[in-house]
Design a protein around this ligand. Structure first.
Ligand SMILES: [Zn+2]
Length: 183
C-alpha cells in the first residue's frame, strides 16, 4: 500500500518514526516526505534533539559515576520526580504546587526536567491539535477499513464506526501519554 502523507500527518507521526515504531511502508513514506520537505525535516531535527536529550538525561541519572548530577539527586529531587506528572497535570494541592516550584528553582536537575517535559508536551500538543480533524479521523478510517476488509459487507453500522474511532483516539492518547511519562 502506497502512503501519501501531508505535513500535519508527518509531524504527528514523527515521535513514532524516531522511535522506530511505525510499520515499514509508513516509515518509508515519512522518510520520503522528510527528504522533500524542509519545514518538516526541521521539526524532525528539533524533536529528535529533544528526545535525545531525554534519553541522555535518563542514562546520566542512571549512571552512578556522573558526579555532576549526583549531588542534585537528593531526597528532595526524588520527591520532585515522583510528583512531576501530577504537577504538570495540575493535580496537586496549592501547597504541594509551591513545594515543587521551589525545588525546580533551587535544583538544576529538577529545572531541566521540568523545562524538557514542557517543551516536549508543547510540541506534542501542537501537532496533535493541528491534526485532530485530519490524521485521527484518517487513522481511524484506515483502521476501520482494515478491520472490515475481510467482511464482504459494504456498509459498516454507524455504532461500530463510532466505537472504532473512539478506540483509535484512545490508543493515540495512551501512546502520547506513555511517551510523555517514559523519561
Ligand atoms: Zn512537510
Amino acid at each position: 500500500m502506497q502512503h501519501q502523507l501531508n505535513c500535519n500527518q508527518v509531524v504527528t507521526l514523527l515521535t513514532f518514526y524516531i522511535e522506530n515504531k511505525l510499520d515499514k511502508s509508513l516509515s518509508i513514506a515519512v522518510r520520503e516526505h522528510l527528504n522533500n520537505c524542509r519545514e518538516c525535516s526541521e521539526k524532525y531535527e528539533k524533536l529528535k534533539r529533544i528526545l535525545e536529550n531525554f534519553s541522555a538525561m535518563k542514562s546520566k541519572i542512571a549512571e552512578e559515576e556522573c558526579d555532576n548530577f549526583k549531588e542534585f539527586e537528593t531526597e528532595q529531587y526524588k520527591r520532585f520526580k515522583a510528583n512531576l506528572s501530577a504537577y504538570i497535570d495540575n493535580e496537586l494541592s496549592d501547597s504541594d504546587n509551591i513545594k515543587i516550584k521551589k525545588i525546580a528553582i533551587s535544583n538544576p536537575l529538577a529545572r531541566k526536567d521540568l523545562e524538557e517535559v514542557y517543551a516536549f508536551k508543547q510540541l506534542l500538543q501542537s501537532s496533535f491539535n493541528r491534526t485532530k480533524n485530519d490524521l485521527k479521523d484518517d487513522y481511524a478510517r484506515r483502521t476501520l477499513e482494515k478491520m472490515f476488509e475481510n467482511t464482504k459487507e459494504e456498509k459498516v453500522h454507524p455504532f461500530y464506526k463510532l466505537v472504532g474511532i473512539f478506540a483509535c483516539i484512545m490508543v493515540f492518547m495512551i501512546i502520547g501519554l506513555i511517551n510523555l511519562l517514559n523519561f
